[in-house]
Design a protein around this ligand. Structure first.
Ligand code: SF4
Ligand code: SF4
Length: 402
């Protein structure tokens, strides 16, 4: 059980990061998001379904009247707890999540997609009183067989959720959930749209808002996002000394392993060092919004197919080939006029380690610089990371002045 004092310390960790963001003079409409960050690690009341990873179609959870809760955790304190039973060299995201929830998974159901070696056997580490469901994620979404397998997995998940919540998922409820999630994705797109030129909202603020979409109620989240859009597109939001982010700074895209609050060191270091964090390609942030579920009709089969298909387009490197993911990245680079990419690789995350090698050769051809940073959840490497990020930005600035 995560002790009360430990939870307080985790909350303090989140508050520290949020204070840095507040101190930069953010738009006023960001205030409710900074406040909501304090409850990031509070498990919602029953019925609730904890899930790890974006492969879980949360439309099924909300259609059953349950609250979805993304369990991915970014706290270093709980990684130590997990090292009692997991190798120290394991991915910090897995260690942190298990350290936090293994003995405190007070959900009606926990769903774990088996996307990588770190996740495959996690379900077996929970106690008998935790109901865990593991999803078999195909290694490719490109064949008829793999798509059928995934569709069957999503059907199986529907039954498991219905059993755990004792609620029937009807076509009407599922359609309403799909529409609601699409509405959230459309709002996020509106937030990212102005970032092709100068913009007022820091990239780390945007990333926080996306993560809070997994924590705040949908209505609450939508209401506050609308206010941010109104403020940041009306020209009324002025950062300190009228500062905006954008064209006179190196325009940076952040990609790689998920970046989870309070492990916020990479986005904050980019911005503190003078980079404009224009867009990201992270499943913990904007990657959730690019694809809508598009049902061909309102039958249960059509609705289920649409959420299954959407999930297969998530472009996670746990699936082959790399080409569709590269085409998305290339489009982001062109649309957002990106000068350089910072690729975040969590310790022992081989998926994103290999992805950086695949990206490098393509980026060289486009003349876009890449900085791959391998790190964990500790603060010990912050100054070393700062030096590398500053050098990377200086190199881009020198190129911009030529
Ligand atoms: S990187 Fe891939 S496997 Fe990991 S949480 Fe994101 S979508 Fe899931
Ligand atoms: S960061 Fe990498 S190793 Fe860790 S859970 Fe995600 S995909 Fe697996």
């Amino acid at each position: 059980m995560v002790e009360k004092e430990e939870k307080e310390s985790l909350k303090r960790g989140i508050a520290e990061q949020v204070n840095v963001m507040k101190g930069r003079g953010a738009p006023k409409s960001m205030a409710p998001f900074y406040k909501a960050a304090e409850r990031m690690l509070d498990i919602p009341e029953s019925p609730s379904v904890g899930y790890m990873c974006e492969f879980v179609p949360i439309e099924l959870i909300t259609a059953a009247g349950a609250t979805p809760f993304r369990m991915c955790t970014g706290t270093q304190e709980t990684t130590f707890r997990a090292e009692e039973y997991l190798p120290q060299s394991f991915c910090p995201l897995v260690k942190s999540t298990m350290g936090f929830f293994r003995e405190d998974a007070d959900f009606d159901l926990v769903v774990i997609p088996a996307t990588c070696d770190g996740r495959r056997h996690l379900g077996e580490l929970f106690g008998d009183d935790v109901r865990v469901h593991v999803m078999d994620v195909p290694a490719t979404g490109e064949t008829i067989q793999s798509r059928e397998l995934w569709y069957q997995e999503v059907l199986r998940l529907k039954k498991v959720i219905e059993k755990a919540t004792k609620k029937k998922i009807t076509a009407k409820k599922l359609r309403a959930s799909i529409d609601r999630e699409n509405q959230k994705r459309d709002l996020l797109k509106q937030l990212y749209e102005p970032r092709t030129g100068d913009f007022q909202l820091a990239g780390s603020d945007l990333m926080l808002m996306v993560q809070l979409s997994h924590v705040m109620s949908t209505d609450e989240w939508i209401g506050h996002v609308r206010k941010v859009i109104a403020e940041t597109t009306s020209g009324s939001a002025k950062r300190k000394k009228g500062k905006t982010w954008g064209d006179d700074q190196p325009r940076i895209l952040l990609s790689g392993s998920p970046v989870i609050m309070p492990n916020w060191k990479i986005p904050l270091l980019i911005e503190e060092s003078g980079g404009a964090l224009v867009v990201d390609n992270l499943c913990s942030a904007s990657r959730v919004m690019w694809i809508r579920a598009e049902p061909a009709g309102s039958s249960m089969q059509e609705l289920m197919l649409s959420i299954a298909e959407r999930q297969l387009m998530s472009l996670c490197p746990c699936q082959i080939p790399f080409e569709p993911a590269w085409l998305r990245l290339k489009a982001l680079i062109e649309d957002y006029r990106i000068d350089g990419i910072v690729h975040h690789v969590l310790q022992s995350c081989h998926l994103f380690g290999v992805e950086s090698a695949l990206m490098r050769s393509e980026l060289d051809k486009m003349g876009v610089s890449l900085l791959a940073l391998e790190t964990d959840y500790s603060q010990e490497d912050v100054e070393q990371l700062r030096t590398r990020i500053e050098a990377f930005l200086e190199m881009i600035e020198a190129r911009m002045e030529r």
